[in-house]
Ligand binder design. Structure first.
Ligand SMILES: Cc1cc2nc3c(=O)[nH]c(=O)nc-3n(C[C@H](O)[C@H](O)[C@H](O)COP(=O)(O)OP(=O)(O)OC[C@H]3O[C@@H](n4cnc5c(N)ncnc54)[C@H](O)[C@@H]3O)c2cc1C
Length: 650
């Protein structure tokens, strides 16, 4: 523990009503669900001692998972034979757990969300009834075994084979090469006994693409895990974070499981030994199957955002009590958060945390709708694209903001008992698993281009511009709640854009829209040319566009996030909270525009003078929000008693 004599002083309590009102606004339609999830957990259940060794951390995490399961945590929102899934409850439950130890939330995510999610998404009703009850109680621990040594991001080309043998009516699971070894698989090193194994399904000499089969691979004998015949598990060992999760490898040598273990919602082998699927195209079937797993991506993005909120809550509270250097005006020493640069480090981060919070609310709404009613392909594509963009944006941001917070706490930030170093190592991998961020962003950008490729073929430059403008107009129409208000603001800003101030919300939205439109339009043109290149020159031509693709994904996601923020403010009923949210939204926008100001001036969307005024405005907004800093972090919803940071405890 830190020496109490050197403890900094404690900030005065913020207006408790304001912090609560902000929390209610940010929780949005999911306030009751989120509050219930937060109320169902205690600090001791979810916080782990950051100094535990890997072995101790694994043991603690398993015990904590089993304890939570005994309390019914795994029953919340997951499908059961007599009950439909409730995705909003799953995501908010995951978020609540992410306030604590990230190994625990990922261990729970592997058990319920991935292992259970594979059965829920890809299994038939009978298969759900067979496996889910023991999964949600964590009595049947399992794995989601997709990644292989040879193929991680490129899942379509995994090498594991699942071959139907009509003689025995079994599926033969095999790792034909060393690179087919499953790796980084959660629960594989120690605790799992079965795995949802992904591989290429072969029936009667024909490959039907990636499918998934349940394979028991380990049994517990006298408390020790022993590999079943033909199965070889390994341990990935010590990692750069998430020490409580036992990630490992799995290899299969012609392991036989009954045909009934093949998860067959989208395609399976009938009694007569023939393959059948309602989706005739193997490519479409593959993407449909992956699409059912989108909830995991939503959870990981939201979990990363909670980690960022937690770091901001710790660093801001510390910045309100820690003092350095005498005040030249003679009024004692200066509290850190009174320094302009300290405000610039923390307050834009808080604004972004709010922005992502509102965007997640909209995403959860789309996810819930996709499970509650039949949705068309466009809806599903837009849900998946939004989930991918937000996962990438939030996990990138979380990594950056946790480091900023660590540094903002000086040496204290580096001491493990203050929680930031553990958070930093644990949140790192959120940028890679559930889809590598770079790969996901390309997926978002490609999605925006898909369907328009044919439209562009044969069009001249002018026609391409018109078509792309139509497309952007349609995208603007996709705005979620509060659409009417945003569109009215933009329409007005279009009329007055030269005179509008940088705090005019319509102008701000217009800038985000125009940036995306321009980036998309120029990319569409370049992509069209690249696709016309002869074979042999095509990779180079498309590869040259990769930075452009990533920019498109970023600015597209930024636009969606801003739309959600504006809608969230519209829906806020508390006037003081609404006023603060409006200032936070200004800060989010100005910070974003300032980071891209070279682009805006290069492309003649902003004069030099206006671009320069962004920095001044940023400083003013930070100063305006400074007095409410404590309420701002209270509004982020991380209970103070869960921060577990020794430097904040009296
Ligand atoms: C702790 C941990 C837990 C995990 N848990 C599981 C689990 O339970 N189950 C499971 O199946 N998997 C799991 N994974 C695997 C994880 O999903 C993969 O690591 C991830 O999908 C990335 O694959 P890869 O590691 O092969 O990286 P690669 O795909 O090899 O990527 C390496 C780098 O190349 C870049 N890259 C790749 N393709 C492109 C491209 N087209 N253009 C530009 N850049 C590119 C990427 O951005 C990345 O920086 C886990 C991983 C870890 C580390």
């Amino acid at each position: 523990m830190t020496d109490t004599a050197t403890r900094p002083d404690v900030p005065a309590a913020a207006d408790p009503r304001l912090g609560d009102a902000l929390k209610v606004a940010l929780d949005g339609p999911y306030h009751a669900l989120r509050q219930k999830a937060r109320d169902s957990l205690t600090r001791d259940e979810i916080l782990r001692d950051p100094t535990l060794s890997m072995e101790e951390a694994r043991a603690w995490t398993l015990t904590a998972l089993q304890h939570l399961s005994s309390k019914g945590y795994g029953n919340t929102g997951f499908v059961l034979p007599d009950r439909a899934a409730d995705p909003a409850a799953v995501v908010t439950g995951f978020e609540a757990l992410a306030h604590g130890d990230l190994s625990l939330v990922i261990k729970a995510g592997v058990q319920y969300g991935l292992w259970g999610g594979a059965i829920e998404g890809l299994g038939t009703d009978e298969q759900i009834a067979r496996w889910m009850p023991d999964i949600v109680t964590a009595t049947h621990l399992g794995c989601f075994a997709m990644t292989e040594m040879g193929h991680g991001s490129d899942v379509a080309n995994i090498e594991t084979t699942l071959t139907y043998d009509p003689a025995t009516d079994e599926i033969v699971v095999d790792s034909p090469t060393a690179s087919a070894t499953k790796t980084y698989i959660g629960n594989a090193a120690r605790h799992g006994t079965s795995a949802a194994v992904f591989g290429q399904l072969w029936v009667d000499g024909t490959c039907h693409g990636v499918h998934c089969v349940v394979v028991p691979f380990r049994q517990v004998v006298k408390g020790k895990g022993v590999d079943l015949p033909g199965c070889t598990s390994g341990d990935n060992g010590h990692k750069g974070g998430l020490l409580g999760v036992d990630n490992g490898t799995l290899r299969f040598d012609h392991v036989r499981v009954p045909r009934a273990n093949l998860l067959s919602r989208y395609g399976g082998v009938a009694d007569d030994g023939t393959y059948s699927s309602e989706i005739s195209s193997a490519g479409k079937r593959f993407f449909t199957m992956l699409g059912t797993l989108v909830r995991g991506r939503v959870c990981v993005g939201a979990g990363a955002a909670i980690a960022g909120r937690r770091a901001l809550s710790i660093a801001t509270r510390y910045a309100l009590r820690r003092r350095q250097f005498p005040n030249p005006d003679g009024d004692g020493e200066v509290v850190l958060l009174d320094y302009l640069w300290h405000q610039r480090r923390l307050l834009p981060g808080i604004a972004k945390a709010y922005a992502f919070g509102f965007a997640n609310n909209d995403l959860i709404e789309l996810l819930a709708k996709s499970k509650a009613e039949p949705v068309d392909d466009d809806f599903q594509r837009s849900l998946e694209s939004r989930a991918a963009g937000l996962k990438a944006a939030q996990s990138r941001w979380a990594n950056d903001v946790v480091q900023v917070c660590r540094e903002a706490c000086g040496g204290a930030g580096f001491i493990s008992e203050n929680q930031l170093t553990l958070l930093r190592t644990d949140v790192d991998i959120f940028a890679t698993f559930e889809g590598d961020n770079t790969v996901l962003m390309q997926l978002v950008a490609r999605g925006l281009l898909t369907g328009y490729r044919e439209t562009w073929t044969g069009l001249d430059r002018r026609e391409t511009v018109t078509k792309t403008a139509d497309m952007v107009a349609r995208m603007v129409l996709e705005r979620t709640a509060g659409r009417g208000a945003v569109d009215a603001l933009v329409a007005r800003a279009r009329r007055v854009s030269n005179e509008a101030g940088v705090l005019d919300r319509g102008w701000q939205v217009l800038m985000f829209d125009e940036r995306e439109r321009h980036v998309l339009e120029s990319l569409a043109r370049r992509y069209q040319q690249a696709m016309r290149m002869p074979k042999g020159a095509r990779f180079a031509a498309i590869n040259e566009l990769q930075d452009h693709l990533l920019t498109l994904a970023r600015v597209h996601t930024d636009r969606l996030v801003l739309g959600s923020f504006v809608a969230g403010i519209e829906a806020c009923e508390d006037q003081s909270a609404k006023r603060i949210l409006n200032t936070l939204c200004d800060l989010y926008v100005i910070d974003n525009l300032e980071a891209d100001r070279a682009w805006f001036t290069d492309h003649n969307f902003m004069t030099q003078a206006r671009s320069k005024s962004l920095t001044k405005t940023l400083n003013h907004l930070c100063a305006e929000l400074r007095p409410d800093a404590l309420a701002l972090v209270e509004g982020l919803g991380v209970p103070a008693e869960w921060l577990g940071s020794a430097m904040l405890e009296d």
